[in-house]
Design a protein around this ligand. Structure first.
Ligand SMILES: *[C@@H]1O[C@H](CO)[C@@H](O)[C@H](O)[C@H]1NC(C)=O
Length: 283
């Protein structure tokens, strides 16, 4: 019985903990260059040092870019960047980028370039220069169930989208907004200028409105920016509502759970000891 209780507790904790972090680490999309480099060449060590630079830099920044010039061939120059979700705290950004780089090493083994979007961060490297280049190619689109034209919900949804797309001229690479049941966030990769970011997000909003028409929720990932909106009738939707407050709440819940668990364990162990002593005394 004790084993069952303990393993039950452990299961509950691991569930709590994975539910906190899976939102950040969950896979959104990824891709690799078809060209492969020859293992053991300088290109490989440049890829490795680039990816290491990204991981190290993510401990102190939410965005950074690196260029590694090749001594042998100019076409072997490598470019790379990472972009964390604007609301991630430094530790979460670093662990997300580390996770992404780790996965890239597996899924893009020996590829000359690769990219991976997790829920909390984006990582890309390539020997084709892409830093500071605006790219509005649609990469991924998901639309939720339809809610119908003319409904109040649709008006609210579009209001939230327009709020996110509004520009006061300042640089806002990460945006959140909500109203009613709707919560939305948008993120530019920060190699874009303020006006390019604005342009990219406007395009994402326009496409979501047309391509997801009257859907209750939707994701629109363009190559250098994305927009996600969750609403009524959302299914589990990659932690869309996962802002700092949520994270703090979850961390608190885990902490309280742990303390309660330790307390229960102590009570249980002391009960066990008493029972043992009684057993011995009875002999
Ligand atoms: C790349 O990083 C350098 C140094 O941090 C920075 O000055 C530059 O603006 C960045 N370039 C882009 C395109 O983000």
């Amino acid at each position: 019985m004790t084993k069952v209780a303990v393993s039950l507790l452990l299961t509950i904790y691991s569930l709590l903990i994975t539910s906190t972090f899976s939102a950040i680490d969950s896979f959104v999309y990824g891709g690799c260059s078809q060209l492969k480099y020859t293992p053991g060449t300088p290109y490989e060590s440049n890829v490795n040092s680039l990816l290491t630079s990204l991981v190290n830099s993510a401990t102190s920044a939410t965005y950074n870019n690196f260029t590694i010039k090749s001594s042998s061939s100019p076409t072997d120059t490598l470019y790379g960047l990472f972009q964390c979700r604007g609301d991630l705290m430094a530790g979460n950004c670093a662990s997300c980028v580390a996770r992404a780089v780790n996965q890239l090493g597996t899924i893009c083994l020996d590829s000359t370039g690769g990219l991976l979007q997790l829920d909390g961060c984006f990582v890309k490297y390539d020997n084709v220069m892409f830093l500071g280049v605006e790219d509005k190619t649609e990469v991924l689109k998901k639309c939720g169930p339809l809610i119908g034209y003319g409904s109040d919900a649709l008006t609210t949804r579009d209001g939230v989208l327009d709020y996110l797309g509004a520009s006061d001229g300042s640089y806002k690479p990460y945006r959140v907004g909500g109203s009613g049941d709707f919560y939305a966030r948008a993120q530019c990769v920060q190699d874009l200028s303020a006006s390019e970011c604005q342009d990219c997000l406007s395009e994402a909003i326009r496409r979501l409105k047309t391509e997801c028409a009257t859907a209750a929720w939707g994701d629109m990932y363009l190559a250098k920016c994305y927009l996600r909106i969750s609403g009524s009738g959302s299914h589990s939707h990659g932690g869309n509502g996962n802002n700092n407050e949520d994270e703090i709440e979850k961390t608190l819940a885990i902490l309280i759970g742990l303390i309660a668990g330790v307390f229960l364990l102590i009570v249980f162990l002391s009960f066990l000891r008493k029972a043992c002593e009684k057993g011995k005394g009875g002999k």
